[in-house]
Design a protein around this ligand. Structure first.
Ligand SMILES: [Mg+2]
Length: 223
């Protein structure tokens, strides 16, 4: 089985990471988010720290980048995320970290994840267009796939691409949606996930091995 993890808001508490980044820039989070929106989101430009420093006209760019280089972003992983990864690594043939968005910025982040990065067999950077994803199109068709992601829409697009590459065969593809700050949480969405026989988790810690033991014990007790 190939297990594919998303990074932002699935493994990485991107809210806390952004707070740390704002701190590094000496800005409060509200100002940082405003500046992020105005300079990148609204202009449809992908974020990089260097571009942000340029947009702000900062003359301490060198200093900030030096500090950023020393940052361990792995410490902003959600609680139990590392345990989940370790457990998944034992149970799959290939562990993949798949990120969408600006390749340079995602690479910058991944480079600073620390030791956790060694758990992955492959790290894939793709732009936002799932239909252009070389990785999704070329996944082995004779192996099961597990996708763990916080965004339903993104996951659905990934799922559709994989199914397409398997001539419409959706069997052997397991999906887990992890609720995050930015994933919508409506009854309609929950119904849609249920209808697709996908799993919905409140947080990544739910997938940790100790939770699995609790779950199994519970099932045993019911029997
Ligand atoms: Mg995400």
């Amino acid at each position: 089985m190939t297990t594919i993890f998303d990074l932002d808001y699935t493994l990485l508490d991107t809210v806390r990471f952004k707070e740390a980044l704002a701190d590094l820039l000496g800005m409060d989070v509200v100002k940082f988010n405003k500046s992020y929106r105005e300079n990148f989101e609204e202009k449809g430009i992908n974020y990089t720290l260097e571009a942000h420093l340029d947009a702000l006209g900062r003359d301490d760019k060198k200093d900030i980048i030096e500090k950023f280089n020393k940052m361990n972003i792995g410490k902003y992983f959600y609680e139990k995320a590392k345990e989940v990864l370790l457990n998944e690594r034992i149970n799959c043939d290939k562990l993949v970290l798949l990120t969408f968005g600006d390749e340079i910025w995602q690479e910058e982040k991944v480079k600073r994840l620390g030791e956790v990065v060694e758990l992955f067999d492959e790290i894939v950077y793709e732009n936002d267009k799932k239909e252009n994803s070389h990785f999704l199109k070329n996944l082995p068709t004779d192996s099961d796939i597990k996708i763990i992601n916080d965004k339903f829409k993104e996951t659905k697009e990934m799922f559709d691409e994989i199914v397409k590459s398997r001539s419409g065969n959706a069997s052997g593809i397991e999906v887990i949606i992890v609720k995050s700050k930015y994933s919508e949480d409506t009854q309609e969405l929950r119904n849609e996930i249920k209808k697709r026989c996908w799993r919905y988790c409140e947080n990544i810690a739910e997938l940790s091995p100790e939770n699995k033991e609790v779950e199994q014990e519970r099932k045993f007790a019911i029997r």
